[in-house]
Structure formats: structure tokens, C-alpha cells
Design a protein around this ligand. Structure first.
Ligand SMILES: [Zn+2]
Length: 236
């Protein structure tokens, strides 16, 4: 195998989800709870999933800057969300919307390139080249992005800062990718039709600050879009 960007055979260890966010998810627990669609059961991870065969050192380094930006954003969203009370949205600083967009694209790219992503048939399809160019060569790409603070709850109604690895989902008649890190969700529209202009005001790839929606508090097992994943997580 080789680096998915340049083809170098000298690959290094890459985390799919930034380590720091997996640690945040623990919030004092021993390990993070992470679910994956199509994989029975859930894993308790000390430091999140990694793959040692998707990037060379030079290209792994390029994801480091994006990860730092993404980690800061998720922590700010978690802090604001924790104090949101009854508000339906919070405002989060986002000085480089392009970096947040590239961070989200890079997590999806890494998941697709990983052994597990390949084994389960994940694919960016006709977007593969333009997503790679956007992440590693900063070529502009139009992929509307929305961020939200999720309040999935478990027993005793406490919020679970859950992580869900990237998966494809159909919404608004369009193709999206979604993933959740430390209880914050990213919804990326990967569809040639884009999104109608009425969504421009909440797009995290356009706005600073950006408005992030606060999800309704609901038990994990009642979250429709995630039902398949949690069914998998229970079947362990
Ligand atoms: Zn490379």
C-alpha cells in the first residue's frame, strides 16, 4: 500500500479522528465510546482508530494543521453548547471557514482510505480527486457544511459526547456525509446540486462566526438517522 496522495510507500500512522477529540470524549472515563455503521458492537478506545497505511509523513503533516483547527472548533462548540440552556443555536468563532471545511473533508477522506473504509466499500465516487485536491492542495471546492451540538442522552439523562465515524446519509434529497466527534456533528453536502441559498446563513464553510444548531435532547436509541448504527452497537 502507499500514500493516497503521492503514492510513496513510506507511510506513517494516521489517526482517522484527531486524538485530542477522542480524549475529550472520554470526559473522565477510561475510553471513548465509538460506533461504526456496519460493525457490530461498540469499541472502547484508548486513543481512537488509526491506520498506518494511508499517508506518508509529509502528507500526514498537512492534516496536522487541519486537525488543530478542527479540535479548537469542536471544543468551542462544546463549551458554548454546554451553556446553551434553552437556546436553539449558538455562535462559534470560525476565522477560517475554509480550514473547517478542509478538516471535515480530511476526516472523511481518511476514513474512506482506511482499511476499514475500503473493506466496507466506502467511496467518494466522482468526488475523490477534487476532495483530495481540496484537502492536500487547498484547491477550492463547494461542499456546504453545517455543524451542530448533539444532545444524545443515555440512562439518567446525562449527555453522551459520542463519536460516530463518517457515513453517508441522504437528506433534503441530496447526498451527505455525517460524522460526530466529542458530541459535535458535522453534516457535509457532497452533491453537485449543492444546497439552496436559504441555508447560506448557517453554512460553516462560509461564515465567521458560524451559527451551530443545538440538537434536541433525545435518548441515543431514538435518533432516527443513527438507529442503524446503534442497532449495530447493541448487537455485540
Ligand atoms: Zn504522500
Amino acid at each position: 500500500m502507499a500514500c493516497g496522495v503521492c503514492g510513496s510507500p513510506n507511510t506513517v500512522r494516521s489517526h482517522i479522528i484527531p486524538r485530542a477529540l477522542v480524549h475529550d470524549s472520554k470526559e473522565g472515563a477510561q475510553a471513548a465510546v465509538y460506533g461504526e455503521r456496519g460493525t457490530p458492537g461498540y469499541r472502547l478506545r484508548q486513543s481512537g482508530k488509526f491506520d498506518d497505511d494511508i499517508l506518508c509523513q509529509a502528507h500526514e503533516n498537512l492534516t496536522g494543521d487541519l486537525d488543530r483547527y478542527g479540535v479548537d472548533f469542536v471544543r468551542a462548540l462544546n463549551a458554548a453548547g454546554n451553556q446553551a440552556g434553552d437556546r436553539q443555536a449558538v455562535s462559534i468563532p470560525n476565522p477560517r471557514p475554509d480550514m473547517l471545511q478542509r478538516f471535515v473533508l480530511s476526516v472523511i477522506w481518511r476514513e474512506v482510505q482506511s482499511k476499514r473504509g475500503q473493506a466496507s466499500g466506502l467511496s467518494l465516487g466522482s468526488w475523490a480527486e477534487s476532495v483530495t485536491d481540496a484537502v492536500f492542495w487547498q484547491r477550492p471546492i463547494v461542499t456546504p457544511l453545517v455543524a451542530s451540538y448533539q444532545r444524545f442522552t443515555a440512562e439518567r439523562s446525562e449527555r453522551v459526547p459520542i463519536g460516530i465515524h463518517p457515513f453517508r446519509v441522504r437528506m433534503l434529497g441530496r447526498n451527505f456525509w455525517q460524522f460526530t466527534v466529542s458530541g459535535c456533528a458535522f453534516w457535509l453536502c457532497l452533491d453537485r446540486r449543492g444546497l439552496p441559498p436559504k441555508f447560506d446563513g448557517v453554512r460553516a464553510d462560509l461564515n465567521d462566526p458560524v451559527r451551530a444548531v443545538i440538537g434536541d435532547a433525545k435518548p441515543l436509541e431514538e435518533v432516527g438517522i443513527l438507529r442503524a448504527i446503534f442497532a449495530d452497537m447493541r448487537r455485540r
